[in-house]
Design a protein around this ligand. Structure first.
Ligand SMILES: NC(=O)c1ccc[n+]([C@@H]2O[C@H](COP(=O)([O-])OP(=O)(O)OC[C@H]3O[C@@H](n4cnc5c(N)ncnc54)[C@H](OP(=O)(O)O)[C@@H]3O)[C@@H](O)[C@H]2O)c1
Length: 285
């Protein structure tokens, strides 16, 4: 079996990616974690900021493929780790001859010039987007055979993603929740993204690939998620706009995902299709 190293196996996408890779049966999977241990026989603790530790991990696992999706935007500390982690993983991929798939984000864009294709120039407006954009440039410059995947908002149902958990928490506690009608994202189901990444792990595709669902504003997306989950929105959920909130965030991150739709066997589902597929899955004990 080919060896697959998944960074951030304890994260939201990482956990599902690890589970689906194991289920596929075609990979010897090594997921990594940092602060949150995972019940996986090959789980390995690795601080990706530690250059030597990452090099040693590469020498021990000798991966055929690395899917580097660990380190997101949970805190300033995580954001500060994005570039060093990407550099160390890239060096390990070069040293071991592994295929590298680096998971980036739609937040490398400013939200002012949609739709964004793989060729659109990056223009981040926050430190997370800037770190991700820098990491992309680093990898594209030193390792043109790598693949950079740009997902939009990642969601799921079992368990729900952190944005949906925040919405459900507000509804259940009867606390005010504002959902912006002028904030456009292209939400992608965590299973769709994980399956696409596993498909790409076996391909030779290089460069950049957007993986994103149909565009939705955050109000419509929130309403669809609540409808799927059978939770009435209640009186505390309000429509609002980024402009009214005074927050600085990219408004319209409509992604052109036509390349992914053309190249991938994995179908990029709508929210309703994803919920139906989730409900059809066998329940885990
Ligand atoms: N969530 C989204 O909507 C979204 C949208 C677009 C792109 N993305 C990208 O998709 C990827 C997955 O996002 P996610 O939301 O699933 O992430 P997440 O749940 O926040 O998980 C982050 C993972 O990174 C690990 N990690 C953090 N700092 C680390 C370090 N210094 N060394 C080693 N591991 C470290 C964490 O390990 P511990 O928990 O064990 O500490 C965890 O496994 C990220 O690259 C993110 O930028 C996410």
């Amino acid at each position: 079996m080919k060896r697959l190293l998944i960074t951030g196996g304890s994260g939201y996408l990482g956990a599902r990616l690890t589970a689906l890779a194991d289920e596929a049966g075609a990979w010897e999977v090594t997921p990594t974690f940092l602060a949150n241990p995972i019940p996986h026989p090959a789980a390995t603790r690795a601080d990706l900021r530690d250059r030597e530790a990452v090099a040693a991990l590469g020498r021990r696992v000798r991966p055929d493929v690395i899917i580097h999706q660990g380190v997101s935007n949970r805190s300033d500390e995580h954001v500060a780790a994005i570039v060093p982690a990407a550099r160390h993983i890239m060096d390990a991929a070069i040293a071991t001859g592994a295929r590298l798939i680096h998971v980036s984000t739609d937040l490398v864009f400013d939200g002012e010039h949609p739709p964004y294709s793989e060729q659109s120039p990056v223009a981040p407006v926050n430190p997370y987007g800037a770190a991700k954009a820098y990491a992309e440039g680093l990898i594209a410059g030193a390792m043109p055979e790598a693949l950079i995947v740009r997902p939009s908002l990642i969601y799921g149902f079992g368990p729900v993603d952190k944005q949906t958990a925040w919405l459900l928490d507000g509804v259940r506690r009867g606390q005010p929740v504002r959902l912006f009608t002028d904030e456009i994202r292209c939400p992608v189901w965590v299973d769709t993204l994980a399956l696409a990444l596993l498909e790409l792990a076996e391909s030779k595709l290089t460069g950049v690939l957007n993986i994103a669902g149909p565009p939705l504003n955050r109000w419509d997306f929130g309403m669809k998620m609540l409808a799927c989950l059978g939770v009435p929105p209640g009186p505390t959920v309000a429509r609002s706009t980024i402009a009214e909130s005074g927050l600085q965030r990219p408004a319209d991150l409509t992604m052109d995902a036509s390349k992914a739709r053309r190249l991938l066997r994995t179908h990029i589902l709508t929210v309703e299709e994803a919920f139906a597929a989730h409900c059809a899955q066998p329940r885990r004990p």
